[in-house]
Write a new protein. Structure first.
Length: 199
């Protein structure tokens, strides 16, 4: 009987391991981009048009700071709460914008779903786009919070200025890549500043 005592814990460990691996960043497609320049934690990137599912709240709403409830509204949309009751694959990153007038949270839509046409949402979720864009990015780990994000944005703005680049007058994008159960030191977070490109 003793060998049998090890089977159940072993099966539980395998199941838990499978859950974490199958729901980790490594198992989730990431929005494609081209790296133009790397300097430590900083990068210059080019993104093609990003198609988004987006939830917004006015800045006057106390939930807007952290977009409380936004993630589940977006998740329900990709889980079938749409006109075709169609499931859509999860991708990374989850994008946050905290503007003076409103805040928003967005999921990037996978390319195969965009090609065949995205279903119309049934709830407060809206479909949106970020046109093809060049960005400056800074990557950092840890459990992201507003204080840390302000500090990282200041570092990124200083680096952009040093590179003689001109940021657009738009809200910075905060990008989260990991599910909440990921250990803090393993998390990937980023601040993205859209850059002005001469026509």
């Amino acid at each position: 009987m003793k060998p049998m005592l090890w089977i159940i814990p072993a099966l539980v460990l395998v199941a838990v391991g499978f859950f974490f691996v199958s729901n980790s960043r490594a198992a989730t497609p990431t929005a494609a981009y081209k790296v133009l320049q790397t300097d430590g934690a900083f990068e210059i990137r080019e993104y093609e048009t990003l198609h988004l599912a987006k939830v917004s709240l006015p800045a006057s709403d106390k939930r807007s700071k952290n977009m409380d409830g936004g993630f589940m509204k977006l998740f329900r949309f990709i889980d079938g709460q749409n006109e075709r009751e169609e499931k859509i694959s999860m991708t990374t990153p989850v994008l946050m914008e905290r503007g003076e007038k409103e805040s928003s949270m967005s999921f990037v839509m996978p390319k195969d779903s965009v090609v065949k046409g995205l279903p119309t949402p049934k709830s407060e979720v809206k479909l949106a786009q970020i046109p093809a864009v060049k960005v400056a990015a800074i990557r950092f780990s840890g459990k992201s919070n507003e204080t840390q994000e302000v500090e990282q944005l200041a570092l990124l703005e200083a680096w952009v200025k040093k590179q003689n680049l001109t940021p657009e007058k738009s809200t910075p994008l905060i990008a989260y890549y990991d599910p909440p159960w990921t250990p803090s030191f393993m998390r990937r977070n980023e601040i993205l500043l859209r850059l002005h490109t001469p026509q």
